[in-house]
Every structure is written in C-alpha cells, then in structure tokens.
Design a protein around this ligand. Structure first.
Ligand SMILES: [Zn+2]
Length: 285
C-alpha cells in the first residue's frame, strides 16, 4: 500500500515510535480514511521495524507490513458472510482472540490493526477485546482507526492513547510543480539551483505545500527502492542520484522544516537553512 500522510501527521507517529514506548492500545482518529490507514500502517511498521530510525520503510519487516504479509501484523477484515462491514464475534474469537497469546513469529511484538474499528467491531466484539486491552501482554499492540474515537466504547477509549490526525489539505498543482523544482535542485550538479528554488518561496503556505509534496516524493522513492513501481519521473531521478540513507535523512529534514514553519520562524532564514541541510545530505561523501 502506498502511504498517503502529511508530514505533520507523520511526525506525530514517528515521535511515538522513536519514544520507544508505543502504548499497547492506540486509536487513530481524524483526517480521512486513507490517511488514518496510512498512519496505522506507519505505526505498525514502527513497531516491527528492525532499524534504528523507525519505521525506515525499507527493511524487510517494513516492506512486509506495506505488502500486508508480515506474519505478526494482522489486519482483520469484515466477515465474509456478513454484508455490513462487520467482523463477527465468532470470527474475531476463532481467527484472532484465540491466537493472541501465541508469541510473535519474527518481530518483537504482534500488531492488530482494526481499520474503521467503530464499524468493524460491534459492542460485543469490543467487549470481547476489552480483557486483553485491560491487561495487555508486553508483546501486543492494538491499533484502531475511526473517524472519531468517541464512536468507540468508552471502556476501550479510556484505555487507549488517542491520536488525532490533522485534516488533509490537498496538494495543489503549484505545490507539485515546486516539489519537482526542488527535486531538480537536489539532483542538479549546481548547488545554487536548490537555493534559488527555495529562496523564491516567500509565502509560508506555499512553502509548506511544496515541502509536503516533496516529502511525498521522498516516500515514494523509498518505496521504489523496495520494488514499488512508480510513474513519477522525479522519483526515478532521485532514486538514481541518492541512496536510501540520504533519502531518509531528507525526509527527516523536510519534516523538521514543516514543523518549524508552524512556529514564528523567519522564512528567509528557514529556506537558507533548509537549502544548506539538503546540500549537506545530498553532496556529502
Ligand atoms: Zn524498517
């Protein structure tokens, strides 16, 4: 699956992963379904990833999560015999609950991702999960996604960390165009090209949109290394110029810049800083 998540929201998930203390139960609410699902997969990857910078989105474990065949990450689907998008209590018990005490296969923990949990899990199913949520084994992580956490049972909600995603702003054509110019600057042999593109952005909103679109291309580049095909020529150009360590570093700096943009930062200082960081990462030996 291709991740669709804004840097702000990605930062929230990454901070949770890097804190080293992912709560046992997480409810992801807000934004739209695609972004909630992406955030849930990102968190699941963070829980099973083997690299230091988690989730790296490149290692075998991360790749398996994205392809939905990690043996320790479960994405329960609605029961086939029910039309309404509901997982029946019987299927929950037979396919999942009965297996929860079994140790993980290859990761440090087992992850259950209940997407659209408010619709997937009726009251009886949520209640059936409650005992495990109340006394979770060390190696179990529950991730629920829902439009609003309030649609989940209070007893579940009160034991979960609730993560509220900010609403998605559509990346417009201009952001896309500028993101491609940033890519041009990154792959260019002339260091000045990048600074010129970035310093031409004198509007916070515009810069934020462009960096969001650029971050999306960086993530696609990471996916491209792992064999996910793309039609985006900018992504292909970056993959030829940069190795994955550099791309991961670029994601980090881009997200940091988006974070700084929310503060009362001087735009010119920020673009100069960003340009020098990009250059350092791109050209360092
Ligand atoms: Zn990984």
């Amino acid at each position: 699956m291709e991740l669709k998540i804004q840097p702000d929201n990605e930062n929230i998930i990454r901070e949770l992963c890097s804190s080293g203390r992912i709560p046992h139960t997480v409810i992801i609410e807000g934004s739209d379904r695609d972004e909630r699902d992406s955030a849930a997969l990102l968190l699941a990857s963070g829980a099973v990833c083997r690299e230091n910078e988690r989730p790296c989105l490149c290692c075998t474990a991360c790749h398996k999560v994205m392809e939905n065949h990690h043996p320790d990450v479960f994405l329960p689907e609605p029961s086939k015999n029910l039309k309404s998008g509901i997982l029946s209590l019987k299927d929950l018990r037979d396919s999942y609950l009965s297996q929860m005490s079994v140790k993980p296969n290859e990761a440090g923990c087992k992850v259950y991702v209940f997407r659209d949990a408010d619709k997937l899990l009726r009251e009886d199913a949520q209640n059936a999960l409650l005992k495990t949520i109340e006394e979770p084994p060390q190696d179990l992580l529950f991730i629920f996604t829902a439009e609003s956490a309030k649609s989940m049972l209070l007893t579940v909600r009160s034991r979960a960390r609730i993560i509220t995603l900010k609403h998605s702003e559509n990346t417009d054509e201009e952001s896309e165009r500028i993101a491609e110019e940033i890519v041009d600057g990154i792959v260019s042999n002339y260091e000045y090209d990048l600074l010129r593109t970035l310093s031409s952005l004198t509007d916070k909103e515009k810069l934020s949109g462009a960096l969001t679109a650029f971050a999306e291309k960086l993530r696609q580049t990471l996916g491209f290394y792992s064999g996910v095909n793309t039609q985006d020529t900018a992504v292909k150009r970056m993959s030829r110029k940069l190795d994955r360590t550099r791309v991961i570093a670029l994601v980090g700096i881009t997200n940091e810049a988006v974070r700084k943009l929310k503060t009362n930062v001087n735009l010119q200082l920020l673009t100069t800083w960003l340009s020098s960081q990009y250059r350092r990462i791109t050209w360092q030996k």
